[in-house]
Write a protein that binds this ligand. Structure first.
Ligand code: CO
Length: 230
């Protein structure tokens, strides 16, 4: 029986031949060692491919993707990938890249049940709850969704920056910057959320400044003692 994926295999043959024709030795040059300067942590969404968006070739960006680009402190998969990128490949930049129109963020925002992934998306539902005063008063679902997509990225930048791997790297003087980006499905453009962090001492101030760009419904009154707004 002919494989139903034959068109993909044909594409692969044509791509490999064209690459070798345009840049002789391209594949063999990557054989020994990858030396990417960048790590991408993004959503698994098929519309948000790391290499194409950034114009990077094979060998130039180390990629970890999951549903809604969440970095959980106990997620061995994400942490192991970050450790390999930082300690072995010695990447210089980690871009946490969310995207507007993220179905995972929308499900968390609206409390929609999607199945097993509800447990994963609970991390984003928690963020929605923590930042409700910056989200719930927005006039449209679209606006609430866009802001939660951005806040999720900012929070995940904080999680990466607080990981033992990244703190250890900074402590030994390794050059490493964590960035927060949000990608627009509608125009293909990346929005830099201005939350780049390159040392532990920057974390709190940078994080607070980023979150404060989203006005609270109460005009920014200090949170009451029992509230955990930031
Ligand atoms: Co998504």
């Amino acid at each position: 029986m002919t494989s139903s994926l034959q068109n993909l295999l044909d594409n692969n043959r044509a791509w490999a031949a064209q690459m070798e024709k345009d840049r002789p030795g391209f594949f063999t040059s990557l054989l020994k060692q990858q030396t990417p300067r960048y790590m991408w942590i993004g959503c698994a969404d098929s519309r948000v491919p790391a290499n194409e968006i950034t114009g990077l070739d094979p060998g130039e960006v180390f990629v970890h993707r999951n549903v809604a680009n969440v970095v959980v402190h106990s997620d061995l998969n994400a942490l192991s990938t970050i450790q390999f990128a930082v300690e072995h490949l010695r990447v210089e930049h980690i871009m946490v890249t969310g995207h507007y129109g993220c179905a995972g963020v929308r499900a968390a925002l609206l409390g929609q049940r999607v199945g097993l992934a509800d447990n994963w998306l609970a991390h984003i539902a928690d963020l929605r709850m923590r930042h409700r005063k910056r989200i719930d008063h927005l006039p449209t679902e679209q606006a609430r969704h866009d802001v939660l997509c951005e806040i999720n990225v900012i929070e995940q930048v904080g999680n990466v920056a607080q990981s033992t791997v990244v703190r250890d790297a900074w402590a030994r003087g390794q050059q490493l910057t964590i960035h927060g980006w949000c990608y627009g499905l509608k125009d293909g453009l990346v929005n830099d959320l201005q939350v780049s962090i390159d040392r532990s001492e920057m974390l709190l101030d940078t994080f607070r400044a980023a979150i404060k760009r989203y006005p609270r419904a109460d005009g920014g009154q200090p949170p009451q003692p029992e509230e955990d707004d930031e």
